[in-house]
Ligand binder design. Structure first.
Ligand SMILES: O=C(O)C(=O)C[C@]1(C(=O)O)C=C[C@@H](O)C=C1
Length: 367
């Protein structure tokens, strides 16, 4: 069968016609959903209506992947749907997302992956600034790194959760590949800028190729790129996109210690999302260290309720020396559930205080 280009393009034109009509039909329903959400709110609280519903988005992505007959790749279709839902969010409300900047950071990448192109972004200088932007209502959502598969927990984020009232609304996992960028060649480099967690992820490369070179910790990897772009004999360890943004050359690609290097980010806000089919919950508690076995008793509550712990961490309470806050994440349970209410009540018997930091759809299997 001979293929005629003009005829095929006419077919595409006709399909685009239908697609545009359908996309606008969907957008109109989204506007109605936005109106329904506002109606359900007390008029005084309308401003805090949530248009970003990560649990629902997970269901949409799963449905789209399941229904896809091909030849479109599942990733391509999901990317298209990311933008459809991003536009949908923007139609319902002006949404501002705070992230650890400047542009080109991994937090920026994670934010774009979660919110798409149609919302607005506000770059922040530090993780504490991201929390503050959300706490003060300047941004409805914030994106903060929580843990890395090589370097472990991101301490400034844990410490902010101790005092802050913000809640975790969603999680997202980002594969992280580091690049060595500079204006100079590797032999002339005298200083390497990066975020401490990124430096920790590239120990093998640094020890073999840049041994003894000054390592300068920065607030973010993109700030490192910005600094390196202003110095002749400096380099940055950062995201590949920084090469173009900050006019740097790529000296080395994929310098992380492990190729499956991944960072988990949290999307923070003033409220967590409604329950989904598969949620995780992060709690925080302090134990009275004078009571023998207090931590053990606390952890046993989770075992008694058959809850699987997916993370445990501790940090100084910042209230009294040698008092610790424990962070525990458990799978298969939501903060609004009866089971979690019982767990919190039982923990109260052994712990000085208990707080649920957030509940979010489990993204580990899907991403
Ligand atoms: O279902 C909703 O609550 C919507 O607002 C619609 C929609 C969508 O476009 O599918 C948009 C934004 C949300 O984050 C989730 C889904």
């Amino acid at each position: 069968m001979s293929l005629n280009l003009d005829t095929l393009r006419l077919q595409i034109d006709s399909l685009d016609h239908k697609l545009i009509a359908l996309l606008n039909e969907r957008a109109q329903v989204s506007l109605d959903i936005g109106a329904a959400k506002k109606q359900a709110m007390d008029p005084q609280e309308e401003d805090s209506t949530h248009v970003y519903i990560p649990g629902r988005e997970k269901v949409v992505f799963e449905k789209v992947t399941r229904l896809n007959p091909g030849p479109l790749a599942a990733d391509s279709l999901c990317a298209i749907y990311r933008e459809i839902m991003s536009a949908s969010i923007a139609l319902q409300k002006d949404v501002m997302v705070a992230y650890l900047g400047p542009v080109g950071s991994f937090s920026h990448d994670a934010s774009m992956k979660r919110f798409g192109d149609s919302v607005q972004y506000a770059s922040q200088g530090t993780i504490a600034d991201v929390f503050e932007a959300v706490e003060r209502g300047r941004c409805q959502y914030g994106v903060v790194p929580f843990e890395n598969s090589i370097a472990g927990s991101v301490v400034p984020t844990l410490d902010k959760f101790v005092k802050s009232k913000v809640k975790i609304r969603a999680e997202t996992y980002l594969p992280v590949h580091h690049y060595l960028l500079s204006k100079s060649n590797i032999e002339s480099i005298r200083r390497v800028y990066s975020h401490p967690v990124a430096l920790a992820q590239c120990q093998t490369f640094l020890n073999s190729r840049l041994k003894g070179i000054e390592l300068v910790p920065c607030a973010s990897t993109s700030e490192a790129a910005q600094l390196a772009s202003k110095e002749k004999f400096a380099a940055a360890i950062c995201n590949r996109v920084c090469a173009e943004i900050y006019g740097l050359d790529i000296l080395h690609a994929d310098i992380e210690d492990q190729q499956d290097n991944t960072t988990r980010f949290f999307i923070i806000s003033d409220a967590w999302d409604a329950p989904t089919a598969n949620d995780k919950t992060l709690l925080m508690f302090t134990v009275d260290h004078r009571l023998p076995g207090a931590l053990c008793d606390g952890l046993k509550v989770f075992k008694d309720h058959n809850l699987n712990l997916t993370k445990i961490d501790s940090r100084p309470s910042l209230i009294r020396p040698w008092h610790y806050v424990f962070f525990v994440e458990c799978a298969g349970v939501h903060g609004d559930s009866e089971a979690m209410h019982t767990v919190v009540a039982e923990l109260g018997k052994y712990c000085l205080d208990v707080k649920i930091i957030g509940s979010y759809a489990d993204q580990l299997v899907q991403e």
